[in-house]
Design a protein. Sequence first.
Length: 509
Amino acid sequence: MAQVDTELANSGQEATILTSEAVEFLHLLQARFAPCRQELLVERDRRQHRYDLGQAPHSLPEMAHSGESGWAVKPPLSDHAAGQVMLACPPASQLMSRGVSADAVTLIADFDDCLSPTWPNCLESHASLLKALDRGTAPAGVVSVRPRNLSLEEKHFPAGGTPISASLFDFGLSIFHMARTLPARQAVAHFSLAKLESRQEARWWADIFRFAEQHLEIPQGFIRVMVAIDTISAASEMEEIVFELRDYITALECSPVSYLASFVRSFRAHGESLLPQRSDISMNQPFLQAYRELLVHTCLRHKIRAISSSVQQFRTQDTGSRDERGEARVSLEIQHEIELGFDGICVADPDLVPVALSTFRKTKKRHRAIGPHLGKCHITARDLISPSLGRITMPALKENVDSALVYLEGWLAGSALGARGLNSMASAELCRAQLWQWLRYSARLTGGHRVSRYVIECLIRDSLAGIENRVGGAEFAASRFPVAAEVLLNSCTDDFDSPLALRAYAHLC
């Protein structure tokens, strides 16, 4: 049996969450699926090497060419479907309760981007999730669990001599306790997968779902999943990902912040792929238009739902005002997404939930053709990587530094993130990605200066000084801002070979 970090785990949650049966199930998952996970991570490195050499992402052969014709997505086990509005938030009790009180139709308990994964936070989050499910207080009875992504590990839970995959840890605990109380719990177990990079990774998850069904003796179709298409390689393999998860998938999510960070990482060796500042990036950029259009088309073709997470995603500060004017602007953004063909909207700010619900009630959705009558989509893999246009200014450079430091410090301090309408770690990763890219290629600012390490160091130093003046010397000394600054600077000057969360995790207590 795993020797977990007992000093941290004895918080009153361990006995409830890490029962002997649950621990045994986690061991089984790790033993069965960890070797394949390692192979998938190696394949990620190979794929990145091909991108570095100039090979563009390309879709695999069509299903008909591989003998896989005539397939269809399996319908849900019940009519208990996710709603039109989703709220992604940390899986902690206070925010879970706030999400419920805001009448969000679907609550996404986000262990990936919204959780600072200290060991107490992980245990408390799983306990809070189970309490919400046990009480049946979730909106329409729907809570979707987003496990941490494939690249991360849970260092406080060794299994087989190595830390368990964080994906397996989060999924395993969630599905084990959901299955334990069947049929009293909700009719369907919803999950949301983020940062997949290939059909092989989708197949890995499908194999995990089948194993869980068999081992826990739960009905086929009890597990349902939404997949965020938030990497460049996944966007070029949407069809294949849907195919691999055809027994479980209900929706694809358009998640542009993570997609942009993936864009920078994938084409790190190519200066012509330089991104402008975020204020100049909108979904009207040709490569983002192609990404969105292809996602909606794929969902229509396979009769699954298209979910948009584009609303307010590019804002680094919570500048969305709460007055009528601000709400009207957000409502127009949501209405535009609906008219483009999206079936649902995912937001990270509970205050936006009533606005989104009201917009859905007022907007009459146009009829959309589905199935065999759907026209051919002409989006190609090349369209997904077309150049972007825009400026890079010194204020944008400073804003990226300031935002990344705030996100990282909160994450390192173990704070609940994603509470202000910000997709916290995803936003921090995008800030870092842009800083890295602008520094690597000495991007020219609108004033004529070029981005250099010295400029980044000065901006970090100035930002830290401003924070210290604002919060006071004692509070600053007790904070994790110096560590956050070290992580940020190092991650802006490395080879971009690992996600920001993975680098920061080494400094997490």
